[in-house]
Design a protein around this ligand. Structure first.
Ligand SMILES: [Fe+2]
Length: 295
């Protein structure tokens, strides 16, 4: 991959082990500045007897994502026989453990507050599929969850390309969050009074949405649905080859995944207070922009 100012590359080749404090500090500064940490020498190893699990047919019909919940041990959207599901689960547990070890070693400042979220496997090719615009991750967006209110917590995601056929994962990365939010956030009307309570009561959301969740979800939806923004927004192309890892705050980095298959993804959540520079968080940027508290 050609050098990009949006990437901060690190020569780490092991998931565990000591990382020099100066490297950790630079990694955290880069992440919080809205860059992508790129680890071109770090591969997630797939055993020879696991290679059949990388086939797109392992995913239940029509589903782009096999999801594993580390808290409950449940795995969803797997096609095929129970033994495939058990082997895939073992692979995802290993990926979750190695990802967590890496996050703890590389980002020690976050360690005590870091929450481990879902582990995902995306076996299906992104390009050429049909999506509704709102669900089309090939459109530039920041991540926000309709059913899981975060109340300002950060979304940190770690990705590994494990494609067995050499396919790169092609991304586009957009403008800085503050520029993006400055264009769209002032146009967002507050949520309908009582709607957060109603969504939580109806179990559509796990807990009550804050004003922050409402604004972030609107930013996600409006960016994806705005054809003019999608056509004209500044962006850079990035390509992640198999055998590499990258991580970023996906609630801050405008991103689009254009093509690729067989990627693993680990989600973490982090309270704003755990950041070295909380002012860089979407919560604080939006509160400053809108001149009101959002949680
Ligand atoms: Fe995303």
């Amino acid at each position: 991959m050609t050098p990009s100012p949006l990437l901060h590359s690190l020569p780490l080749a092991r998931w565990a082990g000591p990382v020099p404090a100066s490297t950790c500090d630079r990694a955290i500064a880069a992440l919080e500045a809205g860059k992508i940490l790129f680890l071109p020498q770090l591969a997630f190893a797939i055993a020879p007897d696991e290679s059949d699990l990388l086939d797109p047919a392992v995913s239940a019909a029509g589903r782009k994502n096999i999801s594993f919940d580390t808290a409950t041990g449940e795995i969803g959207n797997v096609a095929g026989n129970p033994s495939d599901a058990a082997r895939l689960k073992a692979l995802l547990v290993r990926f979750a453990e190695q990802s967590t070890g890496l996050a703890h070693g590389l980002l020690p400042r976050y360690r005590a507050a870091l929450e481990i979220g879902r582990t995902s496997f995306r076996p299906v090719e992104i390009a050429g599929r049909e999506y509704s615009p709102r669900h089309d991750d090939r459109r530039l967006h920041v991540d926000a969850f309709p059913s899981r209110p975060l109340r300002g917590k950060r979304i940190l995601r770690l990705f590994a390309n494990v494609a067995p056929d050499g396919a790169e994962r092609a991304w586009q990365v957009g403008e800085p969050f503050a520029h993006f939010a400055g264009k769209l956030a002032p146009k967002i009307a507050p949520a309908f009074p009582g709607s957060a309570w109603l969504l939580a009561q109806s179990c559509i959301t796990k807990g009550r949405r804050s004003a922050y969740d409402h604004v972030m979800l609107q930013l996600h939806n409006r960016a994806k649905l705005d054809d003019r923004y999608q056509r004209g927004a500044p962006r850079s192309d990035l390509r992640f080859p198999p055998g590499t890892v990258w991580l970023c705050f996906t609630d801050q980095v405008l991103h689009a995944a254009l093509s690729g298959h067989a990627a693993l993804e680990q989600t973490f959540y982090l309270p704003v207070e755990a950041l070295a520079e909380p002012a860089t968080s979407p919560l604080r940027v939006l509160e400053k922009l809108l001149d009101r508290p959002l949680v």
